[in-house]
Design a protein around this ligand. Structure first.
Ligand SMILES: *Cc1c(COP(=O)(O)O)cnc(C)c1O
Length: 400
């Protein structure tokens, strides 16, 4: 249909779930959104209830379901994982000039809100089979910082590609100096850490993401979780423009519009029951990559330590160019030519121009993972034929 020379998009798709399990796409993507199949029912119930705003029974039900899934007692649903991190920094009192410490091998959102608040990030190197924050290095650096008289306001470890960081060791190191931990578990919904605890448990606060590429999605959303009703109540007030309980608008401070709408929360409610199946699926995808590529010289994977159970949000292959016969960029380009999206592992933040002045502690472990790491398609709805295409393309790059 054309109006005033403007071509309007085609007719509204009456039931997009008719295209379940997923829309046909020309390219195989890293981690496209998957639908559980009950989204329209949930959406209809929400719309019929008349509650559409970020208030009412639907966000509350989503928060209760998240508490049930993660084991946290208190959860706030937010507009994004980044918003949850921002609220976390606010309730932990991050102020201009404060140091905020994070692993260097992560997505920029781990520290971006703190930097925007005037904090100074310090980046630390990665360790171990999972590539997460090195707890030994953290303990050393905290002792050094205590001697300097400048401890960080908060430490933000990251559950890398779904793999839980060693939160026990990190927590012990931080507890010694009274430094709170805000765990960036954005990509780790459904992952387990030590003792079978859900990702993020044990941290003062944990942030989760329901962005379109995550294992559970609301199309855009996040959550802040804690075992601390007062802390989450404070975050909730800030997420709703920091209105004091008064009939008129009364403010002791300023807040944000960070509450998740009921419309999006209903998608989350539909998606959460599918989480166990999706974790199983992504772990099976990893196992198939390991079986299909593991024999190639110079190719290995970012693996999980024996104490955790990753949701395997993304499988990360590590490619040693000399032994493999091609570097990760050559493999990425070959996949691209075959219609397959892949992506280098996170470029360490201490190597980003945006953070050129930030202090860095460690060696080149994270930088080596960036040089060698390639994230492979790992979506919950990827078919065996699609995965075979990825495996064959990677195999064709190897020295023979
Ligand atoms: C996705 C992600 C975020 C940001 O979450 P959004 O919901 O996109 O704001 C933060 N940190 C990590 C590690 C992520 O993977």
């Amino acid at each position: 249909m054309t109006v005033h020379g403007v071509v309007l998009p085609g007719p509204v798709i009456r039931n997009p779930l008719l295209r379940f399990p997923r829309p046909t796409r020309p390219r195989l993507l890293l981690s496209p959104p998957a639908l559980a199949g009950t989204e329209l029912d949930r959406l209809r119930a929400t719309l019929e209830s008349g509650w559409v705003a970020p208030a009412g029974p639907t966000p509350a039900a989503f928060e209760a379901a998240l508490a049930e899934t993660t084991g946290f007692t208190d959860v706030l649903a937010t507009t994004a994982g980044t918003a949850a991190l921002h609220l976390g920094f606010r309730v932990l009192g991050v102020a201009p000039g404060d140091e905020v410490w994070a692993p260097t091998l992560t997505f920029v959102a781990t520290v971006a809100p703190a930097v925007q608040m005037g904090a100074v990030p310090r980046f630390l190197d990665a360790t171990g089979p999972g590539g997460t924050l090195d707890p030994g290095l953290l303990a050393e650096e905290l002792s050094r910082a205590a001697r300097r008289g400048r401890l960080p306001r908060v430490v933000v470890p990251v559950d890398l590609y779904g793999q839980c960081c060693d939160l026990d060791a990190i927590g012990t190191a931080c507890e010694r100096w009274g430094v709170p931990v805000l765990c960036d578990s954005a990509a780790a919904m459904g992952s387990l850490g030590r003792g079978g605890q859900h990702a993020g448990r044990g941290a003062r606060l944990a942030a989760f993401s329901f962005n379109g590429n995550k294992i559970v999605t609301t199309g855009g959303g996040g959550a802040l979780a804690a075992d601390d009703p007062a802390l989450i109540a404070r975050a909730r007030a800030l997420a709703g423009q920091a209105r004091e309980p008064a009939a008129h608008y009364q403010h002791e401070t300023t807040g944000y519009a960070y509450g998740l709408s009921s419309v999006l929360a209903s998608l989350g409610l539909a998606q959460l029951p599918a989480l166990p199946e999706r974790v199983a699926r992504r772990r099976a995808i990893f196992a198939a990559y390991a079986a299909g590529l593991g024999d190639l010289p110079g190719l290995s994977f970012l693996t999980e330590p024996n104490w955790g159970r990753s949701n395997r949000w993304l499988t990360v292959a590590l490619i040693e160019p000399a032994a493999f016969g091609a570097d990760r960029e050559a493999v990425r380009r070959a996949l691209d030519a075959a219609g397959v999206e892949s992506r280098p592992a996170w470029k360490p933040l201490h190597l980003q121009p945006a953070f050129r002045d930030a202090p860095y502690s460690g060696g080149d472990a994270a930088a080596a993972l960036f040089d060698r790491g390639l994230c492979l398609p790992s979506g919950s709805t990827m078919t065996p034929a699609e995965q075979a295409r990825v495996i064959e393309t990677v195999r064709a790059c190897a020295r023979r």
